[in-house]
Design a protein around this ligand. Sequence first.
Ligand code: ZN
Length: 329
Amino acid sequence: MGEDVETLKRRTPLLDYLRQHNWTGHPASRSEFVGLCPLHEETRPSFYVNTRKNVFYCHGCGQGGDLIRFVQLSRGLSFRQSLACLDPEITPEADSSAVLEEAAEFYQQQLDHSPDAISYLQRRGVHDLALLRELGIGYAPGGTLRLYLTTQGHSFDVLQRLGLINARGADALYQRIVFPLRQGEHIVNLYGRSIGSAFAHRFLPGSKGGLYAWEKVRNCSEVLLVEGLFDYISVSQAGFSNATCSLGTHLNDIQFRQLCGGDRTVYVTFDIDQNQSGQRAADQLVHRLVMHGVSARRVLLPEGHDPNSFFVQGGDAYQFQTLLEAAQP
Ligand SMILES: [Zn+2]
């Protein structure tokens, strides 16, 4: 394994990899290039690549390491997953995001034929079909994915390794509304919201990636951060095009770094639940953001509400806007 890793790194110099992924840097010294950091938001270049040692270091976010570390950080993958996606020879079925793409497409096709799923979406107030398609939302009826993907030429092992199916060959996301989670171009995970009695939230193994639909809002001066994907849909439908979603109240490192840097105000709009956990998480996050120099405010929804239920139960864009304006630092 160690030998393979060294061979892999020699074969793919870090600078080449970065350039293939649209990074531009200019020479800073004999063996150094400098450019904007792909791992955090910045306007002045502080990301250095040392071509002699084949490593990077960012003076802005403090991240550094070799090619594999870079892939881990930029794509939210484990060490092993990073190796797999860098080297087709170490793992023949390297491009896991392509398989996830096919799975997501398959689930998308199933949605139209699943009355239960459609009525669930209606209950959750989803009415913008164009948005539904744009987000690639689908439905996993269960029991059919394995046959479809193996017919497409993917091995049982790959599907199991990705966590799409369990050891018995059944869909891991069973009777769930499926959202593909992307980072840049690539699907890095699938999130499944149960429409039945099973535990509500489920991800495939591995990272949930960065903030949802971050590319669309990264340049907004005000960003609305919500906790769940149905919250995201509700505020988007109400015309707030500056929303993103952290898929839970705990932000991973990628998500937190995305919010830092850049000149923006973050409106944290987590659930207001009875046990106060959403409020506590929102308070902590606002505090942490402020400590990192980010302007952040807490939006207080009415007791017992999240953005989704707020709109489902008749709240409108004007009322929501009033809550945003009342948000406290
Ligand atoms: Zn950085």
